[in-house]
Design a protein around this ligand. Structure first.
Ligand SMILES: O=C1O[C@H](COP(=O)(O)O)[C@@H](O)[C@H](O)[C@H]1O
Length: 241
């Protein structure tokens, strides 16, 4: 695991935009297409907006990138809580991505159907054996959740399904999410985390003993790929480094 600490969220977004852009260009030297899994929430908005501007909008070969989502809130696309909507508004509507390369988790067909459909989308994209995303961008909630893997819920123990839906009582909504085993097949996973409100949880996730029931972000351990944590000083504040 590599830990990268930036001064503040603005500097962090700058660093991550440059890092992602270089990584995409490097990977595309040896393959024709790149798979990028986006996260939702608030933290990545600034990053997406930066990627939509110069120099990144000019240097990234957007037509070669396939976008997927790590999780989705089962609310209509028009709802501002919808993770895909945020990515469209801040990034995808602003750069030249082929609509066929954008693979959203649907919220117009019912959560179970959507999860089953997304698993089919992944299986037809990757083939049955190989689910290796090139890059998975993740966030971490202040409760330690990542994707829609929330503390204390059965979803954290899922070993077989690639995509699952479930009702999240605390937020009175269904969620659709990739599972940890699928994400752990990725070539590279990058967590983006900011804010003092996440400092204790971050310390527990990175430096604490393994307890995935309590801190589901600990489930993310790529089998062969790289794991990077990009955090700001406020989030890193409780760690011993
Ligand atoms: O609910 C969610 O939360 C996490 C973390 O979001 P943040 O606002 O604290 O950055 C996010 O990664 C996930 O995609 C989203 O559905």
């Amino acid at each position: 695991m590599e830990l990268h600490i930036a001064k503040d969220p603005a500097q962090l977004s700058e660093n991550v935009a440059a890092w992602i852009s270089n990584y995409i260009l490097e990977v595309l030297q040896s393959q024709e297409r790149f798979t990028f899994v986006l996260s939702g929430g608030n933290t990545p908005k600034q990053l997406y907006s930066l990627l939509a501007k110069a120099p990144y909008n000019m240097v990234i070969p957007w037509e070669k990138i396939h976008f997927f989502w790590g999780d989705e809130r089962d609310v209509p696309f028009e709802d501002e809580r919808n993770n895909a909507r945020m990515a469209f508004e801040s990034l995808l509507d602003k750069v030249g991505v082929n609509p066929e390369n954008i693979h959203v988790m649907r919220t117009d067909i019912g959560p179970e159907e959507s999860a089953a459909e997304y698993e089919k989308v992944l299986k037809s994209y990757f083939g049955k054996e190989d689910t290796t995303f090139d890059l998975v961008l993740l966030g971490m909630g202040d409760d330690g959740h990542t994707l829609s893997l929330f503390p204390g819920l059965p979803i954290v123990h899922e070993k077989k399904a690639w995509v699952k839906s479930f009702f999240l009582e605390a937020q009175d909504m269904y969620r659709i999410t990739l599972t940890a085993p699928v994400v752990n097949k990725a070539a590279c996973v990058l967590f983006l985390t900011t804010g003092a409100n996440k400092a204790i949880t971050l310390k527990n996730v990175i430096e604490g003993t393994f307890d995935a029931e309590k801190f589901p972000s600990q489930l993310i351990r790529p089998e062969e790929g790289e794991l990077h944590w990009f955090v700001d000083e406020a989030a890193a504040g409780a760690m011993e480094i």
